[in-house]
Design a protein around this ligand. Sequence first.
Ligand SMILES: Cc1ncc(COP(=O)(O)O)c(C=O)c1O
Length: 488
Amino acid sequence: MAHDGSNPAIEDYLDRAARHARAYRAGRQPIGPTAAVASLRERFCLPLSDHGRSGAEVIDALISAAEAGLVGNTDPNFFAWVMGGSNLVGVAADWLTSAWGQNAAIFQSSPAAAVAEEAVESWLLELLDLPRESSVGFVGGATTAAFVCLAAARAEVLRRVGYDFDRRGLQDAPLVAVFLSEDAHVTNFAALRNLGFGDENFHRMPSDGAGLMRLEDLAEALAHFDGPKIIIAQAGHINSGAFEPLQEIAGLARRHDAWLHIDGAFGLWARASPTRKPLAFGAESADSWSVDGHKWLQIPYGSGFAIVHDRDAHRRAMQKTAGYLNAAEGDGRCPSDYTPDLSRRAHGFAAWAVLRSLGRDGVSALVDRHCDAAALLAERIRRIDGLTVLNPVRLNQIVVAARDPADEEPRISRLAERLNARGDIFVRTALWKGRTILRLSVISQDCGTEQVERLGREIERHWDLISATGSPPQRVSARCCDVAGDGG
Ligand SMILES: Cc1ncc(COP(=O)(O)O)c(C=O)c1O
């Protein structure tokens, strides 16, 4: 702070960062990264300096180091992964969150942050139409959300068989079995591993063409296991966007006294749209749900929600008590009672701002626009000679493959390379069920009809060229390279 009360930091680097952020979001940059790792290292991996530098110099250096290595998931032509595009109201609220420097650990460390989470908790339960008494932990993403929910599940299913997990821990506990599709999102397995589960505790159900477990297999597997059980069901498979039959699975869970967790990282948002809600029918009967805020809801990155029906089980799994963390009579909700961390970012502010700015209609329109655009794109791709769409497109995900699997790998990869070559579209391939697929996600916030029609045209143009010139392809390694031979 200067003598006259002004703070040079504000003009020097806060305004500088804001000016850059404004220009970044208003401009059109290449969507994929253009810098090779070596050049990023050259800029970032400097010797640790003995002396500090001015904020302005540091912010300028950060911008110039990062720019060529940024990925444009804020661009409406980004189809590469299931990623949100950072809603600008959320970005503004996120700036304030940082500027306010709040620690949303306990109510008293930031009453505003605690009450913002309280408000968002009830809005989320309403939007997703989940039991209103459920509790929500605000975490960094769906992986951590699954970790929180499954921690509550682990202790609770053990408690139901008379084992006090909180006192005795895991070492001596009865075996807990987890039932899930072999094709469930990898982060569920990661969360389970962190909770002390290993491969032998997983009943990996064989998956169908959409990555889902079959109800008969699940029923049979449950019938053959007598101990405490957890089922993980999918609302929105990462590739196909498909939903397991949640109502029937919830019925099985009830019959077998199993805890049902739903991984709805993006798919659970179908419940916010009256037209798509039937896809996730029955989800309300589960015991817990992991959902992302940074995907479909477009909250800036670092937003996930761990939702648990049994608030006490949630709190038992996460609560930390210490003499210095005391609460006063009349305090509001304690945020870290529902999360693994104590000191934490005030996730509620950006979530509050995005939900206030979208409203119920805005969220449902966002989901509908993306689902409608995905259906349109799938229809367009199905009409392209030699390409096929492997999944029924009911949500936002499209799995594109060659109609003739011979030489599929080089041709589909070549297609992706060509689409990405100009830097104004970004797609990715994936390996799935032994095939190379073009995996398109329609989810970036401003994506709609215009962008998918253009992508459809570009897919057709490049596929025709690939088909006409035949394989084998010349591989194009960098996204930003020109593709020779087709005029761009
Ligand atoms: C179905 C599903 N579950 C879980 C996750 C993990 O979410 P996050 O990356 O936010 O931790 C993802 C991410 O893509 C997902 O699609």
